[in-house]
Design a protein around this ligand. Sequence first.
Ligand code: C2G
Length: 129
Amino acid sequence: SKTVITYGTFDLFHIGHLRLLQRLRALGDRLIVGVSTDEFNALKNKQSSICFEDRIEIISGLKCVDLVIPENDWQQKERDIEQYSADILGMGEDWLGKFDHLSSHCEVVYLPRTTGISSTKIKQNLSIL
Ligand code: C2G
């Protein structure tokens, strides 16, 4: 079996998030998603519109997701990869190169982002309504 792991805020869940998770799931047979807590979002200078509990519930409800864990800090990926025996760490390519240091623990892949959509764009479009 092959385990894939990824991390993100997944605020205002949209098609870009879904396509990424589905493509990551297709790389193996188990997908684990680390969802950023509201506190960790503050460290990322991100203010999410949807609270952690709801973001966890939405990701947990996806057919392509097998396990959801909280993402509390930048350092936990190494521990998570070992703890869950992840074979692949996958992220969207806006993170290209940023996690290559973890390639001693597992394969690290960066997949193309879905263009034209982001949580920020959704908020901007709503704000001018
Ligand atoms: N994504 C995508 N296409 C988009 C928007 C996002 O493929 N149009 C991907 C991102 O590349 C990321 C994932 O969806 O891999 C989650 O995006 P965010 O919620 O913005 O995640 P981010 O804040 O980048 O958190 O430790 C890693 C961080 O927690 C990643």
